[in-house]
Design a protein around this ligand. Structure first.
Ligand SMILES: [Fe+2]
Length: 228
């Protein structure tokens, strides 16, 4: 637990003791977690992307990402306030919705953080990718092809490093609920139509090509360095 969290939790515990409330530690912990549900600002100037309109980036960030953050917080609060007499299915339904919302929040943060058109793939990452795909071009071709398989649908394409496989993989992720466990996300591409419809209509191919031109490789390289 980070020092800031410890202090916040201690304050809550002290306040609860003074008030004599019967709030459980679980609820206290959930109140603490609710503080993290604040949307992160964009780390780049949306006017400076190549091929994306400022309008679509801001709409995607504010409405779709911001909406996911808001839903995640609301669901967290609903779970915390469920009475102990509630049926298992009531908790189960909320747990499912929580996973959708929280995963959406997290994946959007990866997606926006790896946009910004900066740098190029590092030699270390290129070597790792080439060890699997022979060339980085082969990797890119597979990444884009997998992305197009989700055109008109909803999901994510992720370049990940998987600890069990000890290699990089392109992961096809239908909706927000699929993933390859024990993986670290290096690059995330949102293939939900809301990511491109406003600028590209149904032309998912043009969207994917535009995304590839706007990757912030400095961020992707740092993600890879942090695990290697
Ligand atoms: Fe999205």
């Amino acid at each position: 637990m980070e020092r800031r969290d410890f202090i916040a939790l201690s304050t809550l515990v002290t306040a609860t003791s003074i008030m004599g409330a019967d709030t459980t530690p679980q609820v206290l912990q959930r109140q603490l977690q609710s503080e993290i549900y604040t949307p992160r600002p964009l780390a780049f100037n949306p006017k400076k992307l190549n091929g994306f309109s400022e309008k679509i980036i801001l709409s995607h960030h504010q409405n779709n990402y911001g909406g996911a953050v808001k839903r995640a917080k609301m669901i967290e609060e609903k779970i915390a306030s469920l009475p102990s007499s509630s049926a298992p299915f009531e908790l189960g339904s909320l747990k499912r919705e929580q996973m959708v919302a929280v995963n959406s929040m997290i994946l959007h943060e990866y997606h926006f953080d790896n946009l910004g058109a900066s740098g190029q793939m590092s030699p270390a990452l290129a070597n790792k990718i080439s060890a699997v795909f022979t060339t980085t071009q082969n990797w890119e071709n597979e990444f884009k092809k997998a992305a197009l398989s989700l055109g008109g649908g909803s999901g994510w394409i992720l370049l990940v490093y998987n600890h069990r496989l000890k290699s990089v993989e392109n992961v096809w992720s239908w909706d927000h609920m699929h993933g390859l466990w024990d993986s670290e996300i290096l690059l995330a591409l949102d293939m939900y139509e809301h990511s491109y419809q406003m600028d590209f209509g149904a032309n998912a191919k043009e969207y994917v090509e535009t995304f590839m031109k706007n990757i912030n490789w400095d961020v992707v390289n740092k993600r890879f360095e942090s695990i290697s």
